[in-house]
Design a protein around this ligand. Structure first.
Ligand code: 8X3
Length: 258
């Protein structure tokens, strides 16, 4: 049974990985979609694939969530058009580099903080007031095990994901007394473009991250998100941590031969 059939879900970072898988899964659940990402062509291809397979509507927009003026303008336009989302999946996020703290690049820090923290804040600020006003809505933040445990060279990426955790918990406190729900879904290793982006297109380095283990797929995380947003209205799944069976903590990963 789907409780989100006919609801409107907005997903950021929807052009690939966990975001793309969430789009397909929530469409299977019968939700209409608004998909945001920077890469419009990929969004357009995904939208036509989804509309071919399901009867849901899919709106797309090329949005860089680091641009707060664009985020607020687009959100306002959606509101004016009567398209206020019932569900917002704050998925867009990235890792940039893996340097020692003492060697970190300011450019990498800015990209991670601007996307993972400030971008998530802008999207939340853009849609949460309407949810509170309507006394209805569900915000799902995609965090990470990297927001629970630090690892060498994770420094600023870890800090951004710890921030996501704090923002999820803090937002839940701030909407107490309303029917708005705030959840976080925190995966461990998921085989997506994440490492390719982090290592600036270095395929060998990216592949090594997932080598020898049966990592999570985007679809696995999307199924968890689907469970979270399909929970009955009186139930708020505040926090989920999900690993591949080959991973038990950020520091404990079983690889073939290990
Ligand atoms: C990404 C997971 O373990 O590579 O959020 O930091 S990890």
């Amino acid at each position: 049974m789907s409780r989100i059939k006919g609801k409107l879900a907005l997903i950021t970072g929807a052009s690939a990985g966990i975001g793309e898988a969430c789009a397909k899964q929530l469409a299977r659940d019968g939700a209409n979609l608004i998909l945001w990402a920077r890469r419009k062509k990929r969004l357009a291809d995904l939208a036509s694939e989804i509309t071919d397979e399901s009867g849901v509507t899919v709106d797309i927009a090329s949005i860089d969530i680091r641009d707060h003026e664009l985020v607020f303008k687009e959100a306002n336009q959606l509101r004016v058009n009567g398209l206020s989302p019932d569900i917002v999946i704050n998925n867009a996020g990235m890792g940039a580099g893996m340097s020692l703290m003492q060697e970190g690049k300011v450019e990498d820090w800015n990209r991670m903080i601007d996307t993972n923290v400030k971008g998530l804040l802008f999207v939340t600020r853009a849609f949460l007031p309407d949810m509170v006003e309507r006394d209805h809505g569900h915000l799902v933040n995609i965090g990470s095990i990297a927001g629970r445990q630090v690892y060498p060279r994770g420094n600023v990426y870890n800090a951004t994901k710890y921030a996501v955790q704090a923002l999820t918990e803090g937002t839940n406190l701030d909407v107490l007394g309303t029917k708005v729900r705030v959840s976080s879904v925190n995966p461990g290793l998921v085989e997506t473009e994440f490492s390719l982006v982090r290592f600036d297109g270095d395929e060998a380095r990216a592949e090594a991250v997932y080598e020898g283990l049966d990592a999570l797929r985007g679809q696995d995380v999307a199924e968890v998100v689907s469970f979270v947003v399909n929970a009955p209205p009186h139930m708020n799944v505040a926090d989920v941590l999900v690993f591949s069976t080959d991973q038990r903590s950020i520091h404990h990963v079983h690889r073939n031969g290990s």
